[in-house]
Design a protein around this ligand. Structure first.
Ligand code: SF4
Length: 481
């Protein structure tokens, strides 16, 4: 056994990192010198909401039951021996396996045995491996066949039973290997996971030095090792390939995909922009559109608090919107959105409502369903064959290869050699907006509320200004043959 194996125990709380990245899990347990990963404001908001949910569950469990808070593993055992109904913040430890666990609650079953329970904001544990592992491990630490309980954010209670045992075994085996290693494990780059990871600045230089092929948009761990087997193991190697000579491998099949991958590698290395084909943007009067929504709304329903538009002549003063302070006013915000669309339709017979990615269309469908309004004439028009909605991400993805690792609006617009549009508040973003909105809702001072609202409006206004700048940039790109 190496020295690391003696330093730290397997914890159910490692399950979240484990589902994301083995290397991240290692860093969590052996933090790089001088670096403790602090939660960012969005993560902190989720933590705070999770604690509020836990307290609400505790309150409801406490009614007509005995409740005690555990101070240590020994104290937990004493409380169990005393038959306390609800043991809050229980502490479990197995000397043989070195596993420690802190379930939110131990609940005394009518059989006299205890079952573990956690309060989670999630609306289902079905696709949440980390929840299954945590509850499965608590059950194992307790040595119980009773199911673990998850008090979900929507008020439902889900049971975790023996079916999660294989997943728990996998977690224990892999965690033992991770924790015994004196070096962080070698893993593939994953843009979606790495860009949001606190250890990004540590890992990124290593990936670049290695010329890691998964740095390239469109190549991920599912195809990378198959490419390696065929002798294509680096970004440089890929950039020098003839696309027609690359064999089909999982997730990289067909000439077009391979051609794009080779251009993407060249673009990453040189910064060059590749136009694969000419394209047409629809003609008409363009109005730019973007929504801000709160996925952390306590009711569990997404609340779009801001439906924003930029109309001609596209100056900052041409920003219009429908806003609501709370979920209770949600319908008012949706109606305001439909009224604005109706107004634009009457003003412009050639209306194009431009947005970036399919999020806006998905949101309109969700709201049409929520308020049973698929038969509303404006909704029918928006979702019908003659729709004025136009997703600007499509011409980008279909026709251009850019020196980027992701094709989000901000990736393209902020890039100095591409659109080069900078948001007024450079710290802003969609998660930032959610944090500001939650602060706005909590804030009692009218002046501070107004300032927070103005900051959110400014961010959304910049989003639609950005899509307008992107439109101009795409038109200029199309002028180049
Ligand atoms: S930056 Fe990526 S590879 Fe590194 S620890 Fe984070 S998720 Fe894992």
């Amino acid at each position: 056994m190496s020295s690391n194996a003696q330093k730290t125990a397997i914890k159910p709380s490692d399950a979240k990192s484990w589902t994301l990245c083995a290397r991240r899990t290692w860093f969590d347990n052996y933090p790089p010198e001088g670096m403790i990963a602090e939660p960012d404001p969005f993560e902190q908001l989720i933590i705070d909401q999770g604690l509020a949910h836990e307290q609400a569950v505790l309150e409801s469990l406490s009614q007509d039951k005995t409740v005690e808070t555990a101070k240590s593993p020994e104290h937990t055992k004493q409380l169990m021996d005393a038959g306390i109904d609800v043991i809050y913040q229980a502490q479990l430890f197995d000397e043989n396996t070195g596993i420690v666990g802190y379930p939110d609650f131990l609940l005394r079953h009518e059989s006299g045995k205890y079952q573990p329970a956690d309060a989670k904001l999630a609306r289902s544990a079905e696709d949440k491996k980390e929840i299954k592992v945590q509850l499965g491990l608590y059950r194992r630490l307790l040595g119980t066949s009773l199911p673990g309980l998850v008090f979900l954010g929507n008020g439902e209670i889900q049971e975790i039973d023996d079916t999660v045992n294989p997943l728990v075994n996998e977690f224990i085996t892999e965690m033992s290997m991770i924790l015994e290693s004196d070096e962080p494990p070698l893993v593939r780059y994953s843009h979606s996971k790495c860009k949001a990871c606190p250890y990004f600045s540590i890992c990124r230089p290593d990936f670049i030095e290695k010329d890691e092929i998964t740095l390239i948009y469109g190549i991920d761990s599912r195809s990378a090792h198959h490419l390696e087997e065929k002798g294509i193991s680096s970004v440089h190697g890929l950039s020098e390939c003839d696309p027609a000579s690359i064999p089909d491998v999982p997730y990289l099949k067909g000439f077009e995909k391979k051609r794009k991958a080779v251009f993407q590698a060249k673009s990453w290395l040189t910064g060059e922009v590749f136009k694969l084909s000419d394209f047409e943007l629809p003609e008409g009067t363009w109005i730019h559109f973007d929504v801000e929504d709160n996925p952390l709304e306590p009711s569990g329903n997404k609340h779009v608090y801001l439906w924003g538009f930029l109309k001609p002549d596209y100056g900052a003063n041409e920003f219009e919107y429908s806003w609501t302070d709370t979920m209770e006013e949600d319908r008012k915000g949706w109606d305001g959105f439909l009224s604005l669309i109706e107004k634009y339709k009457s003003e412009h017979s050639d209306l194009i409502i431009a947005h970036y990615s399919n999020h806006e269309v998905t949101t309109i469908k969700q709201y049409a369903e929520r308020y049973d309004m698929f038969g509303h004439p404006i909704v029918e028009w928006l979702l019908g064959e003659e729709t004025p909605l136009y997703d600007m991400q499509k011409p980008v993805l279909q026709n251009l290869v850019l020196p980027l690792q992701g094709y989000g609006l901000k990736d393209i617009c902020k890039h100095k050699d591409l659109v080069n549009f900078q948001w007024e508040d450079e710290t802003s973003g969609s998660q930032w907006s959610i944090v500001q909105f939650n602060e706005f809702q909590q804030e009692q001072d009218a002046g501070k509320r107004e300032a927070l609202k103005n900051a959110i409006l400014g961010y959304n206004r910049d989003d639609v200004l950005a899509t307008r700048k992107l439109e101009e940039w795409l038109r200029s790109m199309n002028a180049i043959s």
